[in-house]
Design a binder for this molecule. Structure first.
Ligand code: AKG
Ligand code: FE2
Length: 209
């Protein structure tokens, strides 16, 4: 086949591939018993998946009380509890691969999926730990996959200290582990540069929120 035509065909039929984990996962130990694993480009060819999630997930706005006012949280959300079918089979594959990779260390599978949509550079999430559930008192893991526009995820020690910046591009995996949810905080800051939409998928074990 003519090379140029073959290139075109490949572009049109780009396949979404959940890559290997294993040796390609890089761990950084942080202070206070926290660690971060990163695996850039874990899911390749994710453009079509991103578009499907953007249009098919039932995104909803959430509100929170701020002093005497109720304000919109600046991102859209959708939560898939453990019995809810995930919105795309690639996410089932990713969840199963993560559960297998971390089985010994975590001792339980990832069960729930939280999806967030950052519509543009103005959307964000403030400094927090995922401490609504067991992460408040126990070591656990939260695995995040990013799709769409690149954004930065920041991490800083809860007691104060320099922030670390992790760029998250399409298909990148970042796993927060150990004491990360109670001894560190993370945030997606507003971007000073124009940004297209980004979707993040967070897999968590039962009882971690
Ligand atoms: O969008 C992200 O990568 C982080 C989301 C997050 O921290 C959360 O929803 O708890
Ligand atoms: Fe979080």
């Amino acid at each position: 086949m003519n090379g140029a035509i073959q290139g075109l065909l490949l572009d049109c039929t780009e396949e979404t591939v959940v890559g290997a984990l294993g040796e390609s996962v890089r761990r950084t130990h942080l202070e206070h018993g926290a660690w971060i694993d990163v695996r850039p480009g874990w899911i390749s060819g994710s453009d079509a998946l991103f578009e499907r999630l953007l249009t098919e997930v039932p995104w909803r706005a959430e509100q929170r009380r701020m002093y005497d006012r109720v304000v919109d949280v600046p991102r859209l959300l959708s939560f898939y509890d453990e019995d809810a079918p995930l919105p795309d089979p690639v996410l089932d594959e990713a969840k199963d691969a993560l559960s297998a990779h971390y089985a010994d260390e975590l001792g339980e599978p990832f069960r729930t999926a939280g999806l967030c949509l950052y519509r543009d550079e103005h959307d964000s999430v403030a400094w927090h730990g995922d401490r609504t559930g067991r992460g408040r008192a126990e070591d656990t893991m939260v695995a995040i996959i990013s799709f769409g526009a690149p954004r930065s995820l920041l991490l800083r020690p809860r007691g104060g200290g320099a922030a670390r910046r992790y760029g998250m591009g399409p298909g990148d995996l970042l796993v927060m582990g150990g004491s990360c949810q109670r001894t560190w905080e993370h945030a997606i800051p507003k971007s000073t540069k124009a940004a297209g939409p980004r979707i993040s998928v967070q897999f968590r074990p039962r009882g971690v929120r």
